[in-house]
Design a protein around this ligand. Structure first.
Ligand SMILES: Nc1ncnc2c1ncn2[C@@H]1O[C@H](COP(=O)(O)OP(=O)(O)OP(=O)(O)O)[C@@H](O)[C@H]1O
Ligand SMILES: [Mg+2]
Length: 255
């Protein structure tokens, strides 16, 4: 059965897009067919990590939302990135990217008019079906809005990213509470940008107890990640890195 994994955080800049792209790639490398949707229509960005030139975006998620095309027409095969892996990926491995538009007019229209969120739900289902996906990863806009609620409600797994920051702590409580109410089958916390040295056991216990949800991974504040500056997918550029090991462990915990 095809699974939907949403990656969310209450506050911005926690590392959602980087974590989404890495989990998607690490999952595809296991021989899975994977889709990645940029539902951050207000400030899209995950396409950058896949080296996908915005000039190539002929049809974006927006075009589907405004009923200009079918959703599968907005999906771009970006499986070529998997060739960067040190070991050739299994032949069935594939990644499709569904970008959001970077055109100012398109973003302004979404902000001004909103859109029919139920259409997003239908679109996800159609993508799973038409592209024969094993996993659909949803990279979200921070905070809580209608599409966040939808993505949380329909996800098989919700990855909530937080930093060791007091503003993140409070916001995360809101998101965890929502996910519990919406009965998301699997809720996983990923703590990102933690200043080393990291006491894994202490952080897992404290955060796990605070939210009543397991900590799936703790990622350090990484100079190599800063240096990469979203110009690629970390796990492909640094396959033997400690950060990649943690990302791999998080991917292994997905349903
Ligand atoms: N573990 C890390 N160590 C250092 N820098 C990181 C780490 N994780 C992410 N970053 C950096 O933090 C910035 C924000 O990351 P990213 O865009 O993935 O966050 P986001 O949550 O998707 O942001 P937004 O809320 O704007 O969509 C990027 O410059 C990224 O390279
Ligand atoms: Mg993002």
């Amino acid at each position: 059965m095809s699974k939907i994994v949403s990656v969310h955080s209450f506050r911005g800049g926690t590392g959602k897009s980087n974590i989404s792209a890495n989990l998607a790639v690490l999952t595809a490398l296991k021989g899975k067919r994977v889709g990645v949707v940029d539902t951050d229509v207000q400030s899209p960005g995950i396409h950058v990590l896949f080296g996908f030139d915005e000039e190539r975006i002929e049809r974006a998620l927006n075009d589907y939302l405004w009923q200009r095309c079918r959703i599968e027409e907005t999906a771009y095969d970006v499986s070529a990135v998997l060739a960067q892996a040190p070991v050739p990926p299994p032949p069935e491995a594939a990644i499709y990217l569904i970008p959001s538009s970077l055109r100012t007019g398109e973003i302004a229209r979404v902000l001004r008019e909103g859109y029919d969120v139920s259409r997003l739900n239908d679109g996800f289902r159609e993508l799973q079906d038409k592209l024969r996906l094993d996993y659909l990863f949803i990279d979200t806009h921070p905070g809580v809005n209608e599409e966040t609620l939808l993505s949380i409600a329909i996800s098989d797994a919700l990855v909530i990213v937080l930093r060791a920051d007091h503003q993140d702590y409070q916001g995360t409580a809101v998101t965890v509470d929502l996910a519990k109410r919406l009965e998301t089958p699997r809720i996983m916390l990923v703590v990102n940008k933690v200043l080393p040295p990291i006491d894994n056991a202490a952080i897992s216990q404290r955060i796990g107890e605070t939210y009543g949800v397991p900590v799936a991974g703790i990622l350090p504040l990484s100079e190599d990640m800063v240096r990469l500056a979203s110009s690629g997918v970390f796990a492909l550029v640094h396959p033997d890195h400690q950060v990649t090991d943690v990302l791999r462990a998080v991917a292994a915990q997905l349903p």
